[in-house]
Design a protein around this ligand. Structure first.
Ligand SMILES: CC(C)(COP(=O)(O)OP(=O)(O)OC[C@H]1O[C@@H](n2cnc3c(N)ncnc32)[C@H](O)[C@@H]1OP(=O)(O)O)[C@@H](O)C(=O)NCCC(=O)NCCSC(=O)C[C@H](O)C(=O)O
Ligand SMILES: [Mg+2]
Length: 289
C-alpha cells in the first residue's frame, strides 16, 4: 500500500449543473471536491455543466487555487462527450476522474492533469491491473452503482470480491489505497458508518460522498478507535524501547510479537488518529497518512 504521502479521506461529488453548490462543496470539509459532468447531469444540461466547471476552475486559478483539491469527473472517454470535456477542463482541474474505464488504451488520450480511473463494469474489473499500471493513472476506484446494475449484484460478499481485485491492482501498481464508492442513502448515517468500517477491513481507504452531511461520518469511520490507537502507541513504545536497548526482536507483555511492518502500521495508525481528530487538514508533504 502506497501511503508515502498525504491521502484524501473524503471526496465530495457536486453536479456540474449546480454551480451555486460548488462553493458549498469546497467549504464542506471534504479533502477533494469532484465536479461531476457525467451521471449527475442530465444530457440536456451537459454543455452548461462543462462550461460551469471550466469557468469555476478558471476563476479559482486566477484567485489562487484554494487548499481543497478540485477534480472533474468527465464523461466516458470512449463516448461522444469525453474528449471534449477533457479538452475543456483537463488543464484547469487538479485531476480528472474518468468513468467507465474498460481498457488501458483509452488512457493514452489523457494529457495535463493526473487521472483517476473508475472501474464500473465487468470489463473494467477484469482489466484493473493494466489500467492501474498505466503511467497517467494516479489512482483507481470502483463505481459500485454501475457495477451492481450490470452484474445484478445485491450481495456484499460478492461486491467484496470485486473490491479486493481493485485493492490488489492498485497496490501492485504502487498507487494509493482505493477509496470506497458512494453510499447512496444520504439520510442513513448509521448505515454509512457501518459500511465504511467494513470497507476499512478490506484495505479500502477514504470514501466518495454525495452530500456534505456524509463527510463527518466518513472521517469518523476512518479514524482509528481509541483501542486501536492505544494498541498502536504500545507497539511504538515497545519498539522504541527495544531500539534504545539494542534489542532486535520485541514481544509485548501479552506475548504479541512486534516486527518492523507491525511498527510501521502502528505509526500510521497513530498519525491517522491524530489527523482525523483535528479539524479537516490539507496536504502536508511531510505527513505519512
Ligand atoms: C443527493 C442530492 C441530490 C440531494 O440534494 P438536496 O435534496 O437538494 O439536498 P439538501 O436539501 O439536503 O441540501 C442541503 C444543503 O446541502 C447542500 N448540498 C447538498 N448536496 C450538496 C453537494 N453534493 N455539494 C455541495 N452542497 C450540497 C445544498 O445546497 C443545501 O445547502 P443550503 O441550501 O445552503 O442549506 C445532492 O446532494 C446531490 O446532487 N449530490 C451529488 C450527486 C452526484 O454528484 N452524483 C454523482 C456521483 S454518484 C457516483 O459516482 C456513482 C458511481 O458512478 C457509481 O457508479 O457507483
Ligand atoms: Mg457510475
Amino acid at each position: 500500500m502506497n501511503t508515502g504521502s498525504w491521502l484524501p479521506v473524503t471526496w465530495l461529488y457536486v453536479p456540474g449543473d449546480r454551480p451555486e453548490r460548488f462553493g458549498k462543496a469546497v467549504a464542506s470539509g471534504a479533502d477533494v471536491v469532484i465536479i461531476d459532468l457525467e451521471d449527475a447531469v442530465a444530457p440536456v444540461r451537459k454543455d452548461e455543466a462543462r462550461a460551469n466547471a471550466a469557468a469555476y476552475l478558471r476563476a479559482r486559478r486566477e484567485e489562487g487555487s484554494g487548499a481543497v483539491q478540485v477534480h472533474v469527473r468527465v464523461n466516458d472517454l470512449a463516448g461522444p462527450r469525453g474528449l471534449g470535456d477533457l479538452a475543456a477542463v483537463g488543464d484547469l482541474a487538479d485531476a480528472v476522474r474518468l468513468p467507465k474505464v474498460e481498457s488501458a488504451e483509452v488512457l493514452d488520450a489523457v494529457t495535463g492533469a493526473p487521472a483517476y480511473a473508475l472501474l464500473e463494469s465487468a470489463a473494467g474489473i477484469v482489466a484493473a491491473r493494466d489500467i492501474a499500471a498505466h503511467p497517467r493513472v494516479a489512482g483507481v476506484a470502483l463505481g459500485e452503482q454501475d457495477l451492481a446494475a450490470e452484474l445484478s449484484i445485491t450481495d456484499e460478499s460478492a461486491m467484496n470480491h470485486l473490491r479486493l481485485q481493485v485493492v490488489l491492482a492498485a497496490a501492485a501498481a504502487g498507487l494509493p489505497p482505493v477509496p470506497m464508492s458512494v453510499y447512496p442513502n444520504v439520510k442513513d448515517e448509521a448505515g454509512l458508518l457501518a459500511s465504511c468500517r467494513a470497507g476499512r477491513t478490506l484495505g479500502l481507504f477514504g470514501r466518495t460522498a454525495i452530500h456534505p452531511r456524509q463527510i463527518p461520518v466518513i472521517r469518523q469511520a476512518f479514524r482509528p478507535t481509541e483501542e486501536e490507537t492505544a494498541r498502536a502507541a504500545e507497539i511504538v513504545e515497545a519498539a522504541e524501547q527495544a531500539e534504545r536497548s539494542g534489542t532486535g526482536a520485541v514481544a509485548l507483555p501479552d506475548g504479541r510479537f512486534v516486527d518492523a511492518p507491525i511498527v510501521t502500521r502502528a505509526r500510521r495508525t497513530m498519525a491517522l488518529a491524530h489527523r482525523l481528530t483535528a479539524p479537516p487538514d490539507r496536504p502536508q508533504p511531510a505527513s505519512d497518512v
